[in-house]
Design a protein around this ligand. Structure first.
Ligand SMILES: NC(=O)c1ccc[n+]([C@@H]2O[C@H](COP(=O)([O-])OP(=O)(O)OC[C@H]3O[C@@H](n4cnc5c(N)ncnc54)[C@H](OP(=O)(O)O)[C@@H]3O)[C@@H](O)[C@H]2O)c1
Length: 411
């Protein structure tokens, strides 16, 4: 079987972990998709940096070289900022490639454009890692809670801010000291502005708004406040009143509109997010049918984020397999022996991880042709055509019948 060929855009914390897990979990991934996963190319900014990858992997700062890799199937984007991610993913989609991204800033700005393009080109756009890191949030909202109307989402979406708020209370320190501790532990970037000023959580909330409501509120109407002004004094005063300050992203619908805000809020101990401490993220969902659901877990970090990306990859291929209706296809040859050989092979072979079912065979020749019909997916047909290039394959216009002259469409 041809492997699933992947290119990584970005090889930092996230990209390099995706590469590592693809190597270490090859067998599991094969069990799930029926195919090996192969990283064929990596886009970086600095080509001179040493990367610990196999020799055959193309490492380049020129995106066209990535797009020119033969038989590429999927692009995984883990770069920071709107560009070059947006342009790269647009070009990939236009080329018919599936795309997966962890980049919430790019999605907040350009998610709907990318979704439209993916729809037009009939490819998948997946983004589980972009909000809540390793928490299975987007899949839960978009696949498992589809019948529900979401009335309210309250979330702690920035692990750095949550760590700092927790640390200030636990160790009775100030904002600057706790930020330094977060940086030393690798929980905060050297430039922490996006995290502590609230923009990271804001971008994530906009991604959720797109997914749930197919639109976003006007950005200048959303109150966005970070935690820089939330010091020991405020946190202790809240504590004495039995409250805990959390950096909360809120999306609440009412009368056809939506309330959105991203700011520090004092929560009572009965609030579901009161107990979410440290670097964890958590999301409290309210659906009209399901009621209240709380999801909590690691909102960032190399492995949780890479985990979400690989779950997306598996979903693309499992989903494809499950939803493609098998086509009835006829393979014909003027060489009787050859036709019989194919028939036996098609029964023995396992294509794309699934057995092809050959359901009817020409016993005699029709107009000088010998052949058989089988039920196969598009992908399986491609494999058969690759394996036996001299085969003439035809898709039957209807389901296979015992009719001697089914309608044939050349493929
Ligand atoms: N880190 C997390 O825990 C986490 C969690 C969820 C989502 N995310 C998202 O995932 C994305 C990647 O995050 P990260 O932490 O992995 O970032 P990172 O460690 O800073 O890595 C960024 C990578 O992108 C490459 N890059 C930067 N500009 C580029 C350009 N113009 N062309 C080509 N490559 C370029 C860099 O190349 P060089 O190696 O040559 O510098 C680097 O390999 C971001 O959008 C982030 O928001 C991250």
């Amino acid at each position: 079987m041809r492997p699933i060929r992947v290119a990584l855009l970005g090889f930092g914390t996230v990209g390099s972990s995706v590469y590592e897990i693809i190597q270490s979990h090859q067998q599991k991934l094969k069990q799930l998709t029926g195919r090996n996963i192969e990283v064929a190319g990596i886009l970086v900014k600095d080509e001179q940096k040493r990367r610990d990858v196999a020799d055959q992997v193309v490492i380049t700062s020129d995106y066209q070289q990535i797009l020119n890799i033969p038989d590429l199937d999927v692009i995984i984007e883990a770069i920071v900022g709107v560009e070059p991610g947006y342009t790269c993913l647009t070009e990939a989609i236009e080329k018919g490639l599936h795309v997966i991204t962890a980049n919430k800033e790019m999605l907040a700005h350009k998610g709907n454009e990318l979704r439209d393009a993916a729809r037009r080109h009939n490819v998948s756009l997946k983004c589980e890692a972009s909000v809540g890191g390793g928490i299975p949030l987007i899949g839960t909202l978009t696949q498992l809670l589809q019948v529900n109307t979401m009335t309210k989402i309250e979330a702690i979406l920035n692990g750095t801010s949550n760590y700092i708020l927790t640390d200030i209370l636990t160790n009775q320190t100030g904002f600057e000291q706790s930020l330094k501790a977060a940086q030393e532990l690798g929980y905060a970037e050297a430039d922490p502005a996006n995290d502590v000023d609230g923009y990271d959580a804001f971008y994530k909330l906009m991604v959720l708004s797109d997914l749930l409501f197919k639109k976003q509120p006007a950005w200048n109407q959303v109150a966005v406040k970070g935690i820089r002004e939330t010091g020991l004094k405020e946190i202790l005063a809240a504590d004495q009143a039995g409250l805990k300050i959390k950096h909360l992203a809120l999306l609440e619908t009412s009368d056809g509109g939506a309330w959105t805000s991203v700011e520090p809020v004092a929560l009572t101990d009965s609030h579901p997010l009161y107990s979410v401490d440290g670097v964890d993220n958590a999301v409290n969902l309210n659906g009209d049918l399901v009621g209240e659901v709380k999801l909590q877990g690691p909102g960032a970090g190399a492995y949780p984020t890479a985990s979400a990306i690989l779950e997306d990859l598996i979903q693309i291929y499992q989903h494809k397999e499950d939803n493609i209706q098998n086509d009835a296809v006829e393979f014909k040859s003027r060489d009787k022996q050859r036709a019989e050989q194919w028939f036996v092979l098609s029964q023995q072979s396992s294509l794309a991880g699934k057995n092809v079912s050959s359901n009817w065979k020409f016993e005699g020749d029709i107009d000088g042709w010998y052949g058989y019909q089988l039920s196969a997916t598009e992908e399986q047909i491609e494999v058969l055509k690759e394996t036996y290039p001299e085969t003439k394959a035809y898709r039957l216009a209807g389901l296979p019948t015992q009719s001697a002259t089914p309608a044939l469409v050349s493929i």
